[in-house]
Ligand binder design. Structure first.
Ligand SMILES: Cc1cc2nc3c(=O)[nH]c(=O)nc-3n(C[C@H](O)[C@H](O)[C@H](O)COP(=O)(O)OP(=O)(O)OC[C@H]3O[C@@H](n4cnc5c(N)ncnc54)[C@H](O)[C@@H]3O)c2cc1C
Length: 444
């Protein structure tokens, strides 16, 4: 191992290690996107493989069969030899359950990084479980198909990968790397996993990777919780003549995407940038990039966006004004759960992507929605907004989600808080180029 590789792999180990032999994939980082989680999985798998002589691993458990967990599994299967076995534990009844069938959500690998160079490139260009922008359901389908290919190529011996679905009584003991579970073992046929037999056991591993994501989103009392990834009709014109009122509570990416869907006519996440800025897009991006590098990525963007209002944004504002929806009336509740936000300008800190903040600013300037600082239940009652038109987008309580699955979490409390306060799992490509074998190559 060269000095540079050694330094990179030990940095990765330090950033991902929850405890000895137990790693956390991205859950407590900022800006957790599908692509970033996959990059993290490549980095961690590569670091484990580079360090295999000093720290051999033969039996790895991956908690979570989402896209992050599947990428981790496929990376390990392809890098390590057949002696290394991988077990995936997935709480639900299929792999990649969150994005499967999500036809109303669009996924792009890098748009979260807009306006930086390469952020509009449609392909993920990853060596393992690669995909391109599209509906979330299509992305899940591609990833699952690719995962099947990796299993065919690198786990033809059916013992090399085990998948447990529909878990109950699941608990990780980090101190001795054992997992107690009751679940259903599944049998792989291509990219499908058939239910085989229910099983309850305590299994010991020499490495555990927690790829269990953020946890499920939390809602608010009195309103139905509709997960961001479930199909809905918000972007479709109403089928009656009434103007429907909506209240969106929150100002993270989930809330702001729904704000666009409810206020812009014929809104498409994949084309909106081109429609708003047309031929000026590259110039806008260049000015923006220069200013962002000056003020820093963590800055509140409100002042900057205000400066663009009568110059860089003129065309975009005209386009949005022409396309305001006529069948909806939308309120955005932004005071936050603790009521600390009192002004619109305060929501332009780094709580959402730059693109979503730009969209929110433009929509506000065009009068596309009104603000609310009142308690959502009270506001909805006063304004006769139906409960299923109140969208509470509050994200998930990730620390609680992790504590719930780790039996000895009290001993890890300080480390969990440190990982949340000082996230270090950069979503940059750190692995050696060419290291991941291609499952389509004919040479074994
Ligand atoms: C509101 C919202 C909007 C988002 N918008 C975008 C977007 O536009 N673009 C984007 O790229 N990303 C977006 N994301 C993030 C995206 O959902 C995640 O980045 C992506 O799903 C990460 O994949 P993952 O595999 O790490 O986690 P997940 O997809 O969350 O997968 C985790 C898996 O672990 C399983 N699991 C959970 N607990 C347990 C347990 N105890 N035992 C076993 N299994 C368990 C879950 O069932 C799940 O299958 C959004 C997230 C939210 C909440």
């Amino acid at each position: 191992m060269t000095v540079d590789v050694e330094a990179r792999t030990s940095d990765i180990d330090a950033a991902y290690r929850l405890a000895d032999g137990c790693y956390l994939l991205g859950s407590l980082e900022r800006g957790v996107t599908v692509f970033n989680q996959q990059v993290r999985a490549h980095n961690l798998a590569w670091a484990l493989w580079e360090r295999r002589k000093s720290y051999p691993i033969n039996n790895v458990a991956i908690i979570g069969g989402g896209i992050g967990g599947l990428t981790m599994a496929a990376c390990l299967l392809s890098l390590f030899d057949a002696r290394t076995k991988v077990t995936i534990f997935e709480r639900l009844w299929d792999l990649s359950p969150i994005q499967q069938g999500a036809d109303t959500r669009w996924l792009h690998p890098r748009i979260y990084d807009w306006p930086y160079f390469g952020s509009r490139a449609p392909g993920a260009s990853l060596p393992v479980l690669n995909w391109s922008e599209g509906r979330a359901s299509d992305v899940a389908r591609t990833v699952l198909r690719e995962f099947g290919k990796f299993c065919d190529k690198f786990a033809a011996d059916s013992d090399r990968i085990a998948v447990y679905l529909g878990l109950r009584n699941f608990s990780i003991n980090v101190s001795d790397k054992t997992i107690d579970y009751v679940g259903t073992r599944s049998k792989r046929i291509g990219s499908l996993f058939h239910v085989d037999r229910p099983e309850g056991s305590t299994a010991k591993f020499d490495c555990i990777v927690l790829a269990s994501g953020f946890g499920l989103e939390s809602g608010a009392d009195g309103f139905p919780l509709i997960s961001y990834w479930r199909n809905e009709q918000l972007a479709q014109p109403a089928l009656d003549e009434t103007r429907h009122r909506y209240l969106i509570s929150g100002f993270g990416d989930g809330a702001l995407v729904d704000l666009c869907r409810l206020t812009v006519e014929r809104y498409r996440q994949d084309t909106i940038l081109y429609e708003l800025f047309g031929d000026e897009l590259e110039r806008v991006e260049e000015v923006f990039r220069t200013d962002l590098s000056r003020i820093g990525d963590d800055a509140n963007l409100y002042e900057l966006l205000n400066r663009y209002d009568d110059s860089l944004f003129l065309r975009a504002k005209q386009e949005i004004s022409n396309r305001l929806r006529k069948d909806t009336s939308v309120y955005l509740h932004i005071s936050g759960k603790d009521g600390k936000i009192t002004r619109f300008s305060q929501i332009f800190g780094r709580r959402s992507s730059v693109l979503n903040r730009v969209m929110t600013f433009l929509l506000y300037r065009c009068g596309a929605f009104s603000l609310s600082f009142e308690e959502p239940g009270e506001f909805a009652r006063k304004n006769r907004i139906e409960p299923d038109h109140v969208l509470c987008r509050y994200g998930a309580d990730t620390l609680r989600h992790l504590r719930d699955m780790i039996a000895d979490h009290t001993d890890l409390e300080a480390r969990l808080v440190e990982m949340r306060e000082r996230p270090k799992q950069v979503a940059k490509l750190l692995w050696q180029p060419g290291v991941f074998p291609n499952p389509d190559s004919r040479v074994d």
